[in-house]
Design a protein around this ligand. Sequence first.
Ligand code: FAD
Ligand code: NAP
Length: 342
Amino acid sequence: MVAWNRNADLSAYNSLGFKVTAERFLQVTEVGQLHDALNEVVENKWPLLIIGGGSNLVLHDELPGAVINVATSGINVLADDEDQAIVEVGAGENWHGFVSHLLEMGLHGLENLALIPGSVGAAPVQNIGAYGVELADCFHSLTAYDRETGELVQISAEQCQFSYRNSIFKSSEKGRYIIWRVRFNLSSIFTPNLSYKGLTDYLSDQGVEHPTAHQVYTAVCEVRKQKLPVPSELGNAGSFFENPVVPEAQFQALKASFPDLVAYADKPGHFKLAAGWMIDKAGWKGYRDGAVGVYEKQALVLVHFGAGSATELLALADRIKASVSEKFNVSLEMEPRIYPHR
Ligand code: FAD
Ligand code: NAP
């Protein structure tokens, strides 16, 4: 028998801060436990949500069926060869805690991804990225529970098919794998990635020209704190919409109409439009409608002031989408996953 926690309060797994209850909740650290729980899920045809920190989810108030949190822990160096190391980490470890630990170990590559909320296990799902670095840049491989075979399998970087905020775990193989442990290729030699202006501006204000790993890590944390709301103080799920990548002709036409359009060259023949800029230009920055609104310092972030619901937030998101579509003829896609999907 699986010891489900019935009618569990998910306040600790929900960065938007909505009042959310799971019909059944279980935290797992052993594969046998996961296996038994999944057998019950299948036998009873319960809907299932695998949850990490709940920082990329929009949760409705009552979650039917089962919710499982993978709580595997530990950070271990598997191989250490001259200036390279392979480090394995449990899916249940906190992402920022892991990045901070690597800094202490003198292992580099993930500094620009400091302070991203959530768990290590969720990080490959959308190939988390920030300030010009993405998880894929340092990813080695992972171990996941395959729900089709009921066994642990090893999945390589190539098999993950990482792309911009995407992987097989979010697309072609959605729901199949439960990520158990993740391995990274890291280096004892630090090579800074200073491709983002926000970061270089901060460092030059500090008089730093050739930053150390610690200085880049600190700069990322400080810049993020200045611009992004802390979920424990103001509910949010980070960027609410993806930055649309459009063909060059569409970018040129938009640029002609909006000369101050913020966009960056992307894959050949394509440009990435800053969705936050478009939402701001459509007049939404700082907007509030009751319990929900648009963050005053970054229009890409929708916020929950308290006592609101996913339904209210999604209604606001729909209004923003419609307004951006009308002004720019660009369709915005939501980044966080809505659950249950209604
Ligand atoms: P959850 O929200 O719990 O889950 C996200 C998805 O992953 C769900 O589909 C879930 O089913 C799945 N999942 C979770 N764990 C597992 C597992 N073990 N196996 C299989 N599937 C699993 N994202 C960025 O990319 N860059 C940023 O800079 C960034 N900044 C953010 C800032 C703020 C303030 C906030 C609130 C969010 C930000 N995010 C950012 C989004 C979010 O932090 C990341 O997507 C993060 O990886 C989500 O982790 P989580 O553990 O909270 O996942
Ligand atoms: P920012 O630095 O003000 O940049 C605005 C947008 O322009 C970003 O979305 C970024 O795209 C893009 N951009 C900026 N400089 C770029 C460059 N040199 N090359 C290519 N694209 C560039 O953004 P911000 O809101 O303060 O966020 C900082 C970083 O943290 C960004 O990378 C952002 O993605 C990440 N972040 C992500 C989330 C999330 O939930 N997904 C939440 C908060 C912050 P990219 O988004 O593609 O980087």
